[in-house]
Design a protein around this ligand. Sequence first.
Ligand SMILES: [Zn+2]
Length: 528
Amino acid sequence: MRKLLPFTLFIFIQSIVVAQVNPAAKYASIVSAAELEKHLSVIASDSMEGRETGTSGQRKAAAYIEKHFKSIGLQQVPSLNGYQQFFPIKQDSIQQVSFSAANEEAVWGIDFISPVSTNESSSFGSNNLVFVGYGIEDDLYSDYENHDVKGKVVVFFKGEPQKKGKYFISSDGSASIWSDGGTGLITKLEIAKSKGAVGALIIDPYQPNFNSQTIKRSKKTSLYYPTAIDESNRINFVYITHEYAMKIIGADFELILSVVKRKELLNSISLYKNIAIAYSYKKYAEVINASNVIGVIEGSDKKDEYVFLTAHYDHLGIQNGVIYNGADDDGSGTVTVLQMATAFAKAKKEGNGPRRTIVFMTVSGEEKGLWGSEYYSDNPIFPLEKTSVDLNTDMIGRIDTERKTADTLNYVYVVGHDKISSELPLVNEAANKNTTKLVLDYKFDDPKDPNRIYYRSDHYNFARKGIPVLFFYDGMLLADYHQPTDDVERINWRLFEKRAQLIFYTAWEMANRNDMLKRDKPLPEGSR
Ligand SMILES: [Zn+2]
């Protein structure tokens, strides 16, 4: 107690001084540790089930945020029904599949599987089967040389050969474009299609049978964000077991398999079979709505310009029966947006409303791949060119366990300060200078930093559209990051409050300054 007293007095005196010069100080105090804790103890409680996108937990969190926005009188976007901007996500499962060779029905899971993630609803059939090695063709090597596969079914092995003779695919064991982990499979299916093949049978040299995990994964995809991928330029396929391969290829199979296991070339092998192959496939896409929750405070004389305050309210859900509460990630950012909304709403009621319109947007789908912010930025409600800035908050309630310097209790990482607008650091640093006095650490803007933090949260989807962004972050990459132990009990409230207030002060200035932020610096390079 004795140690705390002088600190408390200091804050008290300081806030009186600030209040005289800056009306923001009065409202910043609303963004208090006590209020943040009140919200976070709900958002990061077990009742929210870890807030995984597309689940009831996510919908509960959205309802909580919506209720808060309503209770403080935020405006709804007229084109939306309520405060939620829904966006479709999908999950595919197999509805029907059949595969036969020589008029004999093969058994799913025993003889073959046909993964739902890479096959479409369609059928194929042929009386001709052609062996095409690894199914590879590039400038140096072709498995299709001297083979006519038009109208036929091809059979090939997963993987790739290594350096032999004049050919060079990969000699050091590192992955090439043909590797199974990357786009190799898709590229092979596209080549087969371009050669006129109607379907493919694929053999994994190292998996004679299918284990239960492989079978399970092949039936149903994870939730995914639908993008415009053109599947029409590739063919459907089945994986077959070694036993089944032997049945249709014959005794040569063992010999060829030993060549594959030595990673040698296969393009000198000619193997044709006259055998009736028939395949049909039907899959079903379940569409699930996820949402961004959006509330608005209309500006005064600059109401056609916008300041976005964002955070993601989704987290990792329940895994193996354990709830991932995500108190810091990103419960902390979510409740910061909620409490900033309360503060700005109060300011507006008292005649101190913002000049620009402020859009409070909590998004979902972040943990899956920044889906909610991608959807918003591709389907914007407010003109992107009139959006002055996005201040994104993702994890500000903890202390970076790797940070050992003296300011451990008084820092925040600010990311994106040197990109898109030269005015970003000026506004943020000025807001900090006379108020929160945090150490603003730009370490993650170092191009040599390997973490690529700039690409890893929702502000990136604003940046890629040319909107200046700042991202506020505590640097927690170890300890409880994406662990079930990311709980409310581990939040450092005093530091959390300071950082949240800094973002509020910065937002205040962004919403009230005379001009929108200049866009005088190049867009960030690369992509996530
Ligand atoms: Zn996060």
